[in-house]
Design a protein around this ligand. Structure first.
Ligand code: SF4
Length: 344
């Protein structure tokens, strides 16, 4: 009955989400998956959009407890790409057909607002037909405004958990859920296409905190939602924690597609790491984006948020070929488009 209600109303109460997550069965999952697939095709047909991910710095001033590149991890081998290397990655991607670039990095003080503005302007002037996404963490409203004015189109900032107590168990004291939420609403008010998201199965997560995530997502109404199973990094205090469940990630992907039918939802690398067919399963469960890596192969392994990350040894062209085949194997088509969010 809750499944039917979710399909009809595209939303449930917190208590109803908890009940759904507590009691789901294979049959529930399949019903939700079929509806998620129907909704995705209604807005995006059989298209899967591709984003060229450029992990341009693994320096970070923060200490998120789950993250392999957090400040206090002295074992991390640090790197920064030069502006030339970033632009070369864009060129490689453009020639392969990418029309969205994602600049992702830790919160690296070296990349000041001025430096970022210069890079954004350069990329947008060289590739005006491409969308530029930033994923560089929390900055002030004024900084986000400068990034937008320089030409950035989208911003990814996972909220990680919408439950404050849970947030505080995953992050040190200087980081707060309040500040993260403010950033997300700032980005939205500035006209960015905004992405939120969380890990499935992170330490201390419960069905109650997940239900709060779903309520929050409906309220924020982001254009993009990234979720993937929690995968431990051996260099963190959560090294011995269990991995997040692939099955539950797929269930949540379908639920999120139903809550936000037009959202752009990646089949994440974490899902592909947790299960060799994870990304294909993600596409079948409602995802419609893949994010292959355009960073130089020499630095790929160093952007190590979690252990055993896949696709760290292949050149961009190989990744693109592999993903084209994987996407086609489940009946979808990898397209060379900006892939903006569907608007009526
Ligand atoms: S999750 Fe992001 S902000 Fe936190 S330590 Fe890792 S790179 Fe830095």
């Amino acid at each position: 009955m809750l499944v039917e209600k979710l399909i009809k109303e595209h939303c449930l109460s917190k208590e109803e989400y908890i009940e759904l997550l507590d009691n789901y069965t294979a049959d529930t999952m399949e019903k939700l998956r079929v509806e998620a697939d129907r909704l995705k095709r209604q807005y995006y047909g059989d298209k899967v959009f591709t984003r060229g991910l450029i992990e341009f710095t693994n320096y970070c001033k923060n200490n998120c407890y789950y993250c392999g590149i957090r400040l206090d991890n002295k074992n991390a081998s640090r790197y920064r790409l030069t502006e030339e290397e970033i632009l070369l990655s864009c060129k490689t991607g453009y020639d392969l057909g990418f029309r969205t670039f994602v600049l992702q990095g830790g919160e690296d003080p070296y990349f000041t607002d001025d430096r970022m503005v210069e890079i954004i302007k350069e990329i947008k002037s060289l590739y005006p037909d491409c969308a530029l996404t930033l994923s560089i963490g929390e900055r002030s409203h004024d900084t986000y405004k400068r990034f937008k004015e320089a030409g950035a189109d989208r911003y990814l900032l996972r909220h990680e958990t919408a439950n404050e107590e849970h947030y505080n168990k995953l992050h040190p004291e200087n980081l707060s859920l309040k500040s993260r939420m403010e950033c997300l609403y700032d980005l939205k008010s500035l006209g960015f296409q905004v992405g939120a998201g969380f890990m499935v199965g992170s330490p201390y997560q419960t069905n109650e905190t997940l239900a709060e995530d779903l309520v929050f997502l409906k309220e924020l109404d982001p254009d993009m939602v990234g979720i993937g199973p929690f995968l431990p990094s051996h260099d963190t205090i959560f090294a011995d924690c269990e991995k997040g469940s692939v099955e539950k990630t797929l269930l949540l992907l379908s639920i999120i597609r139903i809550i936000l039918p037009k959202a752009l939802i990646p089949a994440t690398t974490a899902l592909g790491t947790a299960d060799p067919k994870g990304r294909e399963k993600g596409l079948l469960a409602g995802a419609n984006v893949v994010m292959p890596n355009l960073s130089p192969v020499t630095v790929r392994k160093k952007y190590s948020l979690y252990d055993d990350k896949i696709c760290t040894g292949e050149e961009a062209a190989e990744c693109q070929g592999c993903l084209t085949r994987r996407v086609a194997s489940v009946g979808f088509q990898l397209v060379s488009e900006r892939g903006d969010v569907y608007r009526d």
